[in-house]
Design a protein around this ligand. Structure first.
Ligand code: IDC
Length: 325
């Protein structure tokens, strides 16, 4: 080989290292697990996830983009994003046609990719709501989560939330029967990922779940949802009861508006909740990343930007939440 060819080869190698092997990609996040009631990293240190939830992926797809997710991490200082996949409402995963289902899965794939590149944990949320009983679409859930867990078993940054908010009087034993099937499907592919389980009465009755938690699996947590405009000390009491019984809690959705997603913000009650979450190092995810005209939207309804938000683009709730991160 001639000398100038050697130099050229050397140039290629150095160029390759700088631009190919080491692109601007976030380091792999620590795998999470559950120790007692606490979420911990791979060194056993407590971890508190803090982040935002998308609105329904069918409703507001525009916010699933790389710059938005980088903004969440870098400008807002959050470390997690929740992808809300409605099952029933508004082109839901289980009520829309096959093309809609495919589009939603592609959006999830992109969302996971963008979150991973941004260095965020990502919660894949099976957002049951008007379909109050998770068993309504149990078969679809089992198939969906098995597929996702198989695809993403090598990711260390994914948490599976298997039923947003059971309601309509669905009992804890019914939810448990559902959860066992879905957990089994996930564990057939991924032995470790943290799984979040919804609780009765719109994920409020954690005290009921605490009396009879799911046995035989590691890394399970139970969800507690609150809206400070509606829920206060009474609901915190349920949470305290559950913690005292060693039930691991995760606040995968909350707001300080009323539970309707609208109405006045209650910042005072919101502060009480944040104190409680901080003291107990409970992870929390704020609802919702959109500019919908409702007080639980994080962006002003006049803001049409889908990333690079200035403080003035945030709604009063958005400003409040970002200060907590
Ligand atoms: C609300 C949205 C609203 C949408 C509605 C659909 O904010 O724009 O029209 O869902 O039915 C929840 C649910 C969450 C709700 C939210 C506010 O998980 O889907 O979002 N909320 O009502 N539980 C308690 C409150």
């Amino acid at each position: 080989m001639k000398k100038h060819q050697n130099y050229f080869l050397l140039f290629l190698i150095v160029f390759g290292i700088f631009f190919g092997v080491a692109p601007v990609r976030a380091a792999k996040l620590s795998a999470l697990s559950v120790k007692g009631t606490q979420l911990v990293n791979d060194k056993g240190k407590p971890v508190q996830l803090k982040g935002v939830s998308t609105h329904g992926l069918s409703w507001f797809p525009q916010y699933v983009n790389p710059k938005a997710f980088t903004n969440i991490k870098k400008n807002w200082n959050a470390n997690a994003v929740r992808l809300a996949l409605y099952t029933s409402e508004y082109n839901g995963y289980c009520t829309g046609d096959a093309a809609n289902q495919k589009a939603l899965e592609e959006r999830i794939d992109k969302g996971i990719q963008y979150a991973t590149n941004a260095g965020l944990y990502v919660i894949l949320d099976w957002h049951i709501l008007s379909d109050g009983n998770p068993r309504t679409y149990e078969k679809q859930a089992v198939r969906f989560f098995r597929k996702m867990a198989s695809k993403y078993k090598n990711h260390t940054n994914i948490l599976y939330e298997i039923c947003n908010e059971p309601n309509g009087g669905t009992s804890w034993s019914t939810i448990k029967a559902y959860a066992k099937k879905v957990i089994k499907a996930i564990r057939s592919q991924d032995k470790h990922a943290v799984i979040l389980i919804g609780t009765p009465n719109w994920s409020q009755d954690v005290d009921v779940a605490a009396k009879s938690p799911i046995k035989g699996y590691q890394n399970l947590m139970y969800t507690l949802h609150f809206y400070a405009g509606t829920h206060g000390a009474d609901l915190r009491k349920k949470a305290k009861t559950a913690l005292a019984q060693k039930l691991p809690l995760f606040v995968s959705e909350f707001g300080i508006s009323e539970a309707s997603g609208s109405g006045a913000l209650n910042q005072k009650e919101g502060k009480q909740w944040m104190k409680f979450l901080k003291n107990n190092r409970i992870s929390y995810i704020g609802w919702n990343l959109s500019n919908k005209e409702e007080s639980s939207a994080l962006l002003n309804s006049s803001c049409t930007k889908t990333s690079a938000w200035k403080n003035a683009d945030l709604s009063p709730w958005g400003k409040w939440l970002v200060k907590q991160f």
